[in-house]
Write a protein that binds this ligand. Structure first.
Ligand code: TYC
Length: 142
């Protein structure tokens, strides 16, 4: 959601947040694109668009050729589980408590878990966000 000047969006204080906003200004809001396009990897720079017409409604869709990346969360022996869940929710948009708990438990029991999949630049942003909050994450091509 683009809300210029909104008090909810601090554009300078947090390095991860300000990089997010810079990317969003450059490419548009990835959250909006996910909502409007029902494909998994459609959060990057639109490289094509199509216009579909239903009675009285025009739907513009964009698609991307960006290759998908996995953001992988790694277990550690010291971070409290509640912190892991809170950080996942803070850093990754639309992360529900249930999904965050599932990801945290998978990392806890198996050593690692895929936190999300997205295009490379966004994956790097999420990796930085998780690691800056004390978690261990890596990215790799899907
Ligand atoms: N293993 C941690 C604990 O027992 C919890 C934890 C889960 C830490 C997942 C990191 O990615 C992680 N407190």
């Amino acid at each position: 959601m683009y809300c210029p000047g909104s008090s909810r969006t601090n554009r300078v204080a947090h390095p991860t947040a300000s990089r997010y906003f810079a990317l969003r200004d450059q490419f548009g809001d990835p959250e909006m694109k996910v909502r409007s396009i029902p494909t998994l990897h459609s959060v990057a720079v639109p490289t094509a668009s199509s216009t579909e017409t239903k009675p009285g409604i025009k739907i513009e869709r964009s698609v991307t050729q960006e290759p998908p990346y996995k953001v992988i969360l790694h277990n550690d022996d010291y971070t409290p589980m509640e912190h892991v869940v809170a950080v996942l929710q803070k850093v990754i948009p639309r992360m529900s408590v249930k999904r965050a708990v599932d990801i945290m438990m998978e990392a806890h029991t198996k050593g690692k878990a895929v936190a999300t999949k997205c295009h490379k630049e966004l994956a790097e942003l999420y990796q930085d966000g998780l690691n800056n909050e004390g978690l261990i994450s890596t990215i790799e091509p899907d």
